[in-house]
Write a protein that binds this ligand. Structure first.
Ligand code: FDP
Length: 322
């Protein structure tokens, strides 16, 4: 059993990045405790407000955002943060070396039903030629991430993280308040018989995705010649955790349900960090047009199509678009 800091030192992670990761995890331990209290501290339900994306904010979204923002900025290692719950980036130390993007509580519709939720984060190096309050600093491809991870608040609190030397799993030992390494170099099986998608949107998808899913549903009577199982947790962090654990394909495809919002998931604090984790575990993370981590962002709240998971299954899905 190895504690987090020695495990990171083994991967030659610089000391300032280790300190920043520990700051993020300090906030996540607090969030884990508050989420675990459920009804007991009156934190379930919504606030009166909406975030920049017009989504109703949950009380726990706001508290988690404030905790992360405060602790990360206090660390001094960070030039700015950007968050799902903030309209613009929030400046930190002008000389800070890093930028952190995060979704403080992913899958927030699950908070009120005591189901899986998590914090997703992504770290880039900060450019030195831009001011700490300039959103443009964040317009860096996912390929430039130096660290990505999520903390899953489930029956146990788990951290999945990569610094570019494989994806590792840790469990929060609540007796001592420490994350302990439980699996080094997680590997996503290339083959799978499990898919994850919100099927209620099927009629709004583009034809290639409709055809692909129809062939999965046809099972051993269709062209794929085998039966597929479906899972949808409705929190990306929970669905991607399952894919990292046992394989699968996860997609939130482009749809025509709302012409102003053809894609749902956010590039900077959902798609990119999950893409880094999956690629480091031998999986693939794509849109129908190319690799997620190659996308040059044009805004901090940009949304993208997501098709990710077991390598061979993602490739099969993409073959329907050719
Ligand atoms: P949520 O809106 O509840 O925060 O972040 C977006 C997200 O959850 C993902 O975590 C999840 O995969 C997806 O949206 C759920 O979408 P549906 O509402 O279509 O099920």
């Amino acid at each position: 059993m190895q504690r987090l800091a020695p495990a990171l030192r083994q991967d030659n992670v610089p000391l300032d990045l280790i300190s920043l990761i520990q700051a993020i995890l300090t906030a996540s331990k607090d969030i884990s405790f508050r989420v675990g209290q459920g009804h007991l501290n009156d934190l379930l339900g919504s606030t009166e407000d909406e975030n920049v994306q017009g989504e109703v904010q949950k009380k726990l979204d706001v508290i988690s955002n404030d905790l992360l923002k405060e602790i990360i900025l206090e660390s001094g290692f960070v030039k700015a943060i950007s968050s799902e719950e903030e309209d613009n980036c929030v400046a930190g130390n002008e000389d800070g070396k890093y930028l952190v993007s995060f979704d403080p509580l992913d899958g927030s519709s699950n908070t009120d039903i005591n189901s899986l939720i998590g914090t997703i984060f992504s770290i880039h190096e900060a450019p030195s030629n831009l001011a700490a309050n300039d959103n443009d600093m964040f317009k860096q491809a996912g390929d430039k991430q130096v660290c990505a991870g999520y903390v899953l608040y489930g029956p146990s609190t788990m951290l999945a993280m990569t610094t570019g030397s494989g994806t590792h799993f840790y469990v929060l030992d609540k007796t001592y308040g420490e994350f302990i390494l439980v699996e080094r170099n997680v590997q996503v099986p290339a083959e799978t018989a499990e898919f994850s998608v919100n099927m209620s949107n099927q009629r709004f998808w583009q034809a290639p995705m409709q055809n692909y899913i129809n062939d999965l549903l046809a099972g051993n009577t269709g062209p794929r010649g085998k039966n597929f199982n479906m899972r949808w947790i409705a929190a990306m962090v929970g669905d991607i955790h399952r894919v990292l654990c046992r394989g699968g394909i996860f997609t939130y495809p482009t749809d025509s349900k709302d012409a102003s919002k053809p894609n749902k998931l956010r590039l900077m604090y959902e798609a990119n960090p999950m893409a880094f984790l999956l690629e480091q575990a031998g999986g693939l993370a794509m849109t129908s047009q190319g690799r997620i981590m190659d996308i040059q962002p044009d805004s901090i709240h940009q949304r993208v199509e997501v098709i990710m998971g077991s390598k061979n299954e993602v490739e099969t899905c993409l073959s329907y678009y050719k």
